[in-house]
Ligand binder design. Structure first.
Ligand code: APR
Ligand code: PHB
Length: 427
């Protein structure tokens, strides 16, 4: 097989890249190791920056997102039994974010690609990228029981954290930076309306908790979680959904997370224990109750920061989780993948139209600036809100002082709002 851009991975990065290239008249092929069902059921985060929404609109893939996505004007911070609203439009000159599950974006992009092209091969596992330094890099892959080759002008490694594209960087041609956080998230999906209009990030006595939501169940496929990975990391245990009565149509459902120790077994968290702990961590000195209901999925995700530098070697370009992972506090993973892809598509389109490699030559540097800023923001949010397992009373006070500064100073709140709602592409 022969193509202009060989894309490894049919997650949001690979699918969006294919769509943008296809619309610009550049041929490409997407190789996805898993089945369509698997990629469409994989539960991940669901907060979209305005730039991400814009990119999906530009790609002609935002019809359902526009109709069903929930526009949010800010977030709530909870600590010391108080609630504080951080209002994005007034702090950022009008920006908002949208709640729409990554799974749904994948379904939308897959459906478009299967109808309009370019080719998308499921159960096509890339084995290696060969000769990335040459003019004709080759992807070796296995499909329908036999090994095949895809000869390309360029290869996009969009194959996530566990992919193989990064392995094609020779020793010495790259460097990676990593950090493991000493806690995990227990994530649950519950068929109950959210207890709030906006996302709640809570620093409770027992640790961090997050209240998020998903658009209405009626229009959203049943929640068969194959994994729950806001950061694209392995899940320690998967719990298949139980059959539950659906909510009346038109109501969003609750998506909730709890900080738990690394190595936690979800079986140690029966539903009542989950709800009691969530209620304790969200508790405030005001009239507010957490809605409880049937939990349909439960899984544990570890938290990691990781960056691979550079993001390009010869004619191999990495995008999304293949190049970087952030901890999920702030939901930057998907947004970073989309911003990589916008820059990458722009570079490949410029080359196609003008013959210039100027944008592609700056690809890695431009993306990495944003990646490090998002890593810093996700790290700040994580450390400010999670109980540190080996922390002392001084660390507790520091966390509270950071949170107090945000709620007391418009400048500090504006800094959080700018990072959360998305820095501009060029920073
Ligand atoms: N060959 C082909 N496909 C592969 C291979 C391989 N060797 N290895 C992995 N893949 C596929 C995976 O099955 C997956 O569908 O690559 C895809 C990568 O998708 P994601 O992991 O979703 O990564 P990405 O597209 O970069 O999406 C960005 O940011 O933090 C997150 O949760 C967020 O997953 C989201 C991500
Ligand atoms: C989610 O809705 O899954 C979500 C939202 C915000 C986060 C992380 C996850 O910071």
């Amino acid at each position: 097989m022969r193509t202009t851009v060989g894309i490894i991975g049919g997650g949001p990065a690979g699918l969006l890249l294919a769509r943008l290239l296809h619309r610009a008249g550049i041929d490409c092929v997407v190789l996805e190791a898993r089945t369509r069902e698997y990629v469409e059921q994989r539960q991940r985060a669901g907060m979209l920056e305005q730039g991400t929404v814009h990119a999906l609109r530009e790609a002609g893939a935002a019809e359902r997102l526009t109709a069903e996505g929930l526009v949010h004007q800010g977030i709530e911070l909870r600590f010391d039994r108080e609630r504080h609203h951080i209002d994005f439009p007034s702090l950022t000159g009008g920006r908002t974010v949208r709640i729409y599950a990554q799974t749904e974006i994948v379904k939308d992009l897959v459906a478009l690609q299967l109808v309009e092209g370019p080719p998308l091969l499921f159960q096509a596992e890339a084995l290696a990228v060969e000769k990335p330094e040459s003019d004709r890099p080759v992807v070796r892959f296995r499909h329908e029981g036999r090994e095949q080759t895809l000869t390309c002008d360029w290869v996009a490694g969009c194959d996530g954290f566990h992919g193989i594209a990064r392995d094609a960087f020779p020793a010495g041609a790259g460097r990676s930076y990593g950090h493991e956080y000493p806690y995990s998230w227990l994530g649950v999906l519950a068929e109950v309306p959210p207890s709030c209009d906006e996302l709640i990030y809570a620093r409770g006595d027992g640790g961090f908790a997050l209240h998020s939501m998903r658009p209405p169940v009626s229009r959203h496929h049943p929640s068969k979680e194959v994994a729950s990975l806001p950061s694209g990391l392995p899940v320690s245990r998967h719990h298949p959904s139980k059959e539950v009565a659906s909510l009346p149509s038109g109501l969003p459902v609750s998506r909730l997370y709890l900080q738990v120790p690394n190595g936690t077994d979800p079986d140690d968290w029966p539903d009542d224990r989950v709800w009691d702990e969530l209620a304790a961590r969200f508790a405030i000195d005001a009239d507010w109750t957490l809605n409880r209901g049937p939990i349909t999925a439960k899984s544990v995700t570890s938290m990691r920061g990781y960056v691979h530098e550079p993001m390009r070697h010869g004619r191999l370009l990495l995008a999304g989780d293949a190049a970087h992972i952030v901890p999920p506090t702030g939901a930057k993973g998907l947004n970073l993948a989309v911003s990589d892809v916008r820059v990458l598509a722009r570079g490949l389109i410029e080359l196609h139209r003008t013959g210039s490699t100027q944008l592609l030559d700056g690809y890695s540097e431009l993306c990495l600036q944003r990646v490090w800023q998002a890593s810093r923001f996700s790290d700040d949010m994580t450390k400010m809100l999670h109980a540190q397992p080996d922390g002392d009373a001084f660390d507790d006070r520091m966390q509270l002082a950071r949170l107090r500064r945000i709620t007391a100073s418009r400048h500090a709140a504006a800094e959080l709002a700018a990072n959360y709602s998305g820095l501009p592409l060029s920073l």
